[in-house]
Design a protein around this ligand. Structure first.
Ligand SMILES: *Cc1c(COP(=O)(O)O)cnc(C)c1O
Length: 415
């Protein structure tokens, strides 16, 4: 049977074999990792286009090498689409991914050693928001805010206290494991009061923001960074949006400060993804992402689980297993044996410690792309509950896996 990767098969059967196995895995499993999705075939094909062969250091009209006629049109198209969909004054579409986008944002707004303030990793923040083992924790005087113990929502009083005490150059908000809306308005007034730039990292939620289903930070933030491959459902890559006054600094920070030539194949695929994101189907998709996260949250509550913050406003939920006799990792490994793929995650004020967390993070972007709806979400929650209960019984986990595979296959393949 012919396969769209046949040229790979001819040259490198080992890699072809792994591609095929990964395709099977993505088809036959329930993928609940909140940062993952299925890019469309159009996005994947643009990623595989001849733009991968081109060097284009610089920006449209200002390149170092020749042969940029189509590249310049492509990058301008991506910039215009990004500005349009997010209502931004400026867009830079060259960042290689979300972490480089944040590096570039700091480079543009700070000097080495400056003070920054971001949300702590154990509370849902990202490594690049000032965590110790990351460049952002090493090259800056990084301070971290938390969520409130009682509400598990961002502790705005603490943010304000730290901002006024430490006077950060940059106040970073946005998260990787926070199930509620980010209060951009309140954070903006704190940043203003403290004389800090406000940066919003919308890596996880950019698809919801693009669809207007999560409040947008674009009107008030100095700089907005994002990945392009999470809820936005594009190729792997990064994006920086900013106010006009930061355009020069941001563009210089991306090139020549932190990167060389842009990955134009990813820029081409981002262009396609942004076009997809402007279609009515995309709004329906993002609405379904939210409906699915809600349906799953409801079912978990019925089954007696505790959810961090008690529910969700976005595409993810955090199951708190603290009061169950099972650790997050053990639960996630049992689920994987039944082809339900998620990740163990810290919950706020975790009693088990960062290497053995008490939570499971569950996201609905990928399963929603496959067309699964609220009845499947209830079924998935029931399967997860069953996996946790029979976690030591491989035969029972394998029986669940058979049901999971059958359900997954009934939704076909997304490519
Ligand atoms: C995923 C993520 C990033 C990093 O993106 P990579 O593409 O993995 O480098 C940055 N910030 C947040 C909030 C994220 O969730």
């Amino acid at each position: 049977m012919s396969h769209w990767m046949d040229p790979v098969k001819e040259i490198d059967p080992d890699v072809f074999d792994l591609i095929q196995k990964e395709e099977d895995r993505q088809r036959d499993s329930i993928r609940l990792i909140a940062s993952e999705n299925y890019a469309s075939k159009a996005v994947m094909q643009a990623t595989a286009s001849v733009f991968t062969n081109k060097y284009a250091e610089g920006y449209p009209g200002k390149r170092y090498y020749l042969g940029q006629e189509f590249v310049d049109k492509l990058e301008n198209l991506a910039i215009d689409r990004a500005k349009d969909i997010f209502g931004a004054e400026h867009a830079n579409v060259q960042p290689y991914s979300g972490s480089p986008a944040n590096l570039e944002m700091y480079y543009a707004l700070c000097e080495p050693g400056d003070t920054i303030l971001g949300m702590g990793l154990p509370h849902g923040g990202h490594l690049t928001h000032g965590w110790k083992v990351n460049f952002s924790g090493r090259f800056f005087d990084a301070h971290q805010y938390s969520v409130k113990k009682e509400t598990e929502r961002i502790d705005l009083e603490e943010v304000r206290r730290l901002a006024l005490e430490k006077r950060p150059k940059v106040l970073v908000c946005g998260a990787s494991a926070y199930p509620r809306f980010i209060p951009f308005d309140e954070l903006k007034s704190i940043a203003d009061e403290a004389g800090a730039y406000l940066v919003a990292d919308i890596a996880h939620i950019s698809g919801l923001v693009a669809a207007g289903l999560h409040p947008s930070p674009v009107p008030m933030a100095d700089v907005v960074t994002s990945t392009t491959h999470k809820t936005l459902r594009g190729p792997r890559g990064g994006l920086i949006l900013c106010k006009k006054k930061h355009k020069k600094a941001i563009d210089r920070a991306v090139f020549p400060a932190c990167q060389g030539g842009p990955h134009l194949n990813a820029v081409a695929a981002l262009c396609v993804a942004l076009k997809e994101a402007a279609q009515p189907d995309f709004l329906t998709y993002q609405k379904n992402v939210l409906a699915n996260a809600n349906a799953m949250a409801e079912r978990f509550l019925e089954l007696g689980y505790r959810l961090v913050t008690g529910g969700t406003d976005n595409h993810l939920l955090l199951l708190d297993l603290t009061d169950k006799d099972v650790e997050g990792k053990v639960a996630a490994v049992a689920m994987e044996k039944a082809n339900i793929v998620s990740n163990a995650n810290s919950v706020p004020y975790d009693t088990r410690g960062p290497f053995n967390p008490s939570g499971i993070r569950i996201g609905t972007p990928a399963v929603t792309t496959r067309g699964m709806g609220t009845s499947e979400m209830k079924q998935i929650a029931d399967w997860i509950h069953a996996c946790i209960n029979v976690r030591e019984d491989d035969a029972k986990l394998s029986a669940i896996k058979n049901e999971v595979v059958e359900m997954c296959r009934s939704f076909g393949t997304p490519w």
